[in-house]
Design a protein around this ligand. Structure first.
Ligand code: SIN
Length: 558
């Protein structure tokens, strides 16, 4: 494939202000907040940068819950098994082991911090089930508002230390690019702040380490469950700086996103998998339950299996969506267990207690991202990544439901420990950014082209791909980026360009992988092909071009 040239920098004005911290944490979801709060007190100064306000990221929107083996009948080993099966052969077992063994303790610490999970009358945390889990191990809060509750608890913990000079928060700040010293070590970020006073406009933040926890890239598609801020800013900056990105082709399409019509665009209402966990079932236009016979777990099969079965049923019947039937769960139960979902459905004209809910798959989660080791270190010294931005190897080709909040919690904590350890050992001393080479920041895409990027990605690199569709998408994105229009430098233009850069990389991987596995479905290669594709596709930018490499092997390349 051609057209994989991307510049080192997004075009931006010269930094008009600077600030310095020991560690810069970018992102205020569960991963970023956990990391920043753990680092505070262990290093002299943490700078937490958030794109809009602290609660605007994907964590806030998480409904179902957080998976952890909290039940005495459950075990990390069982959780490991379910995670590996969902990951379709490509999880890194060491990373999953870390996730499932450290997870329960981290969740209990979250409770100590103030997170209020739903409890049984006896006081135990209530646990439910979601797709791919053989046990009830999903802790939830506010019924279906788990992310919002976790976010509240973490932000309140941050507020308690707001006067501490050891932590500074800059809100409304889009990270533009990573700063590197002469040896390519990451030593800061450039960012644009829509603020006033000290930090306004383009600036530079210098630090001994940078942690990217900027969430996912859902806005690369026309419809997604992700909030508008999910434009892949951290992943794209890491790609341009030369960090390894892995497994980008494994995009998770959530099976049950409310279908609002063909023209629906942007963030769409999620109907949590926990609704099926409590007994709701999928039916087609004729009222037929089609998941039975597709997988032994039927409606609670792993997410990729259910999404694929829905797409197949829609193709076979010519329907634009299928239906979720939760009516038998009853009004009282539905209102108590899923208050936010029920309210949203009713706002949109469907009452889950009496009506079938129209649903279709939509983009939900990026299983790939910035490659990291077990301590969250990327391939660039000084650069860490966690949460959806990272590819730790725990998700493989398809993330198990409710493992994402857990991943942010566990690896956010590990990154803080690793940085503290390295600082104590005298590693990562302060350094200065190298001078930029001229001509390295071309090709900013005007924000009016965002819709073109989204359409091209949805048509060619969406839930079902082929050699032709990915080639067409690659062509469209390449042509857009090669256009010589002089885009106005705006937040929207930076975001749109980030989406296009990631779209090129993702599409190259989707084109290369000639099989169907996990979140990657190829119409022209409908079977999983372990003989040729049990391995990982990575991207590294060198000499202005993204190099796409395939490395065979079950484990994650370390
Ligand atoms: C859901 O509630 O269905 C989403 C949970 C997740 O993405 O893990």
């Amino acid at each position: 494939m051609t057209g994989l040239a991307i510049p080192r920098w997004l075009r931006a004005g010269r930094p008009g202000w600077t600030t310095t911290a020991d560690v810069i944490v970018v992102g205020s979801g569960i991963a970023g907040l956990t990391c920043a709060l753990r680092l505070r007190g262990q290093v002299d100064k943490v700078l937490l940068v958030t794109k809009t306000v602290r609660s605007a990221g994907s964590t806030e929107w998480a409904q179902g819950g957080i998976a952890a083996a909290l039940d005495p009948e459950d075990s990390p080993e069982d959780h490991l098994h379910d995670t590996l099966v969902a990951g379709a052969g490509l999880c890194d077992e060491d990373a999953v082991r870390v996730l499932v063994t450290e997870g329960p303790a981290r969740v209990r610490e979250l409770v100590d911090l103030g997170a209020r999970f739903d409890r049984a009358p006896g006081g135990d945390i209530l646990l439910t089930r979601e797709g791919g889990h053989h046990r009830d191990r999903i802790a939830h809060a506010g019924g279906d508002a788990t992310g919002a509750e976790i976010s509240r608890a973490l932000i309140e913990a941050l507020d308690r230390v707001a006067q501490d000079p050891g932590i500074e928060v800059i809100q409304h700040a889009l990270v533009v690019d990573l700063l590197q010293d002469a040896d390519a070590r990451v030593c800061g970020v450039t960012l644009h702040v829509i603020g006033e006073g000290e930090h306004d406009g383009v600036g530079a933040a210098y630090g001994r380490a940078v942690v990217l926890a900027t969430g996912g890239l859902g806005q690369i598609y026309s419809s997604t469950t992700n909030p508008p801020v999910a434009t892949g800013d951290g992943m794209a900056a890491a790609l341009r700086a030369g960090a390894r990105l892995s497994d980008l082709e494994f995009v998770q399409f959530h099976p049950t996103v409310m279908y609002l019509g063909e023209g629906a665009h942007g963030q769409q209402p999620l109907i949590s998998e926990a609704v099926r966990g409590e007994g709701a079932v999928l039916v087609d236009d004729a009222g037929v339950r089609f998941m039975q016979g597709v997988h032994p777990m039927a409606d609670l099969a792993p997410r990729d299996v259910v999404a694929r079965a829905i797409v197949a049923r829609m193709r076979d019947t010519g329907a634009a969506h299928v239906w979720l039937d939760a009516r038998h769960l009853g009004k009282e139960f539905l209102e108590r267990r899923f208050p936010s979902i029920v309210a949203r459905c009713r706002e949109l004209g469907f009452d889950p207690a009496t009506d079938l809910i129209p649903v279709a798959p939509a983009q939900h989660y990026a299983s790939g991202g910035v490659w990291t080791d077990l301590d969250g270190r990327s391939t660039l010294d000084g650069l860490y990544a966690c949460g959806e931005t990272a590819c730790t190897g725990v998700h493989g080709a398809n993330r198990l439901a409710s493992n994402s909040l857990l991943e942010g919690l566990v690896f956010g904590d590990r990154i803080a420990e690793d940085i503290a350890r390295r600082f104590a050992a005298g590693e990562l001393p302060p350094t200065t950014p190298a001078r930029r080479r001229r001509g390295d920041s071309v090709g900013l895409l005007d924000q009016s082209h965002r819709i073109d990027v989204q359409r091209a990605m949805t048509a060619g690199s969406g839930p079902v791909r082929s050699a032709d569709s990915t080639a067409r998408t690659q062509q469209v994105l390449g042509a857009l980026l090669a256009g010589d229009e002089v885009a106005t430098v705006t937040t929207g233009a930076w975001e749109t360009t980030n989406l296009a850069h990631l779209g090129l990389a993702l599409t190259a991987a989707a084109h290369a992988r000639e099989e169907t596995r996990g979140g990657h479905e190829r119409a022209d290669f409908p079977a999983q092909d372990d003989a040729h594709w049990l391995g990982h596709i990575s991207h590294v930018r060198t000499d202005a071009t993204i190099n796409v490499t395939y490395r065979p092997g079950k484990g994650f390349p370390r």
